[in-house]
Design a binder for this molecule. Structure first.
Ligand SMILES: CSC[C@H]1O[C@H](OP(=O)(O)O)[C@H](O)[C@@H]1O
Ligand SMILES: Nc1ncnc2[nH]cnc12
Length: 287
């Protein structure tokens, strides 16, 4: 058991596996009712704030998108008291004008995943949260402004289509996603964003374009994706450094009370065991 707490979490995606931008770092292992997170969590300081870092696929990129235990990842961050998550993701582009090395701060998600556990609430408790705007609007605006002021090529808003993977899309799929008007494609925003909302944690994404998806003729190569994700690491870290300083720790957004009125199960039907298991999520609603 540890008593560590953190204000903001960074979830690192492909090509971003360590929290070396933080000071006085320590590593902690956290257990959750949903199992273990992708890796140990790095906690460190950034000015006055305590920040934690979790590599989504584990150090050494060991966990495939379909195998990610996102429930454990998000629950562990909730246990640490995290209010805000900045997720970093490598994405393919579905638009000519979104070129490799551009940055997108998406505002919508289209879910094409197939079978990923995507709620904390089951086995005797049901909730239905609103998810119309899956990213925290307040935090996404702040991050966009920071990226823009630093002179990076950043796109405000955009729809991230989340495919199952791990194979990349066929050309037919890619052309359909493009025709439907989606902007970028990746494999990990779902269920991460859904679970963060259920946990009432603000969730925004810095998506770095690593390639044109296959509608553009050339095949997607993993070498290019990783090489471009690493080329963008400096830009991502520069944006993160400012964001970690400037993002308000006060949640004034839809995320803060996402569960209010969403717990559908009659309170007297929710077992003590469920209340105990999910206490960090529902404790404040079931006193
Ligand atoms: C390494 S290529 C495909 C892989 O990259 C993206 O991961 P992440 O979102 O964690 O940066 C994409 O979603 C796939 O999981
Ligand atoms: N083209 C692509 N499709 C799915 N996920 C990706 N991550 C990076 N590039 C991608």
């Amino acid at each position: 058991m540890n008593n560590e707490k953190a204000d903001i979490a960074i979830i690192g995606g492909s090509g971003i596996y360590d929290g070396n931008m933080l000071d006085r770092v320590r590593e902690i292992d956290i257990d959750t009712p949903f199992g273990k997170p992708s890796d140990s969590i790095t906690i460190g300081e950034h000015g006055e704030r305590t920040i934690c870092f979790l590599p989504r696929h584990g150090k050494g990129h060991r966990i495939s998108p379909s195998e990610l235990n996102s429930r454990a990842n998000i629950f562990a961050l909730k246990k640490l008291g995290v209010k805000r998550i900045i997720a970093v993701s490598a994405v393919g582009s579905l638009k000519e004008e979104l070129a490799p090395l551009d940055i997108v701060i998406p505002d919508q998600i289209y879910d094409r995943t197939r079978s990923r556990p995507s709620t904390f609430f089951e086995d005797g408790i049901v909730t239905h949260i609103g998810f119309a705007d899956p990213f925290c609007p307040e935090m996404s605006d702040a991050i966009t402004e920071i990226a823009d002021s630093k002179g990076y090529s950043v796109n405000k808003g955009g729809t991230y289509v989340c495919m199952e993977g791990p194979q990349f899309s066929t050309r037919a799929e890619s052309r359909v996603y493009k025709a439907l008007g989606f902007d970028i494609i990746g494999m990990t925003a779902i269920p991460e964003a859904k679970l963060a909302r259920e946990a009432e944690i603000c969730y925004s994404m810095i998506a770095t374009v690593t390639d044109y998806d296959v509608w553009h003729e050339e095949d997607v190569s993993i070498e290019t994706v990783i090489a471009n994700a690493m080329k963008n690491e400096e830009a991502v870290k520069a944006i993160l450094m400012d964001a970690l300083d400037r993002i308000s720790l006060e949640q004034n957004c839809i995320c803060k009370n996402a569960l209010a009125g969403a717990i559908t199960t009659a309170p007297e039907m929710i077992s003590h065991e469920t209340r105990r298991r999910l206490e960090p999520l529902i404790g404040k609603y079931l006193e």
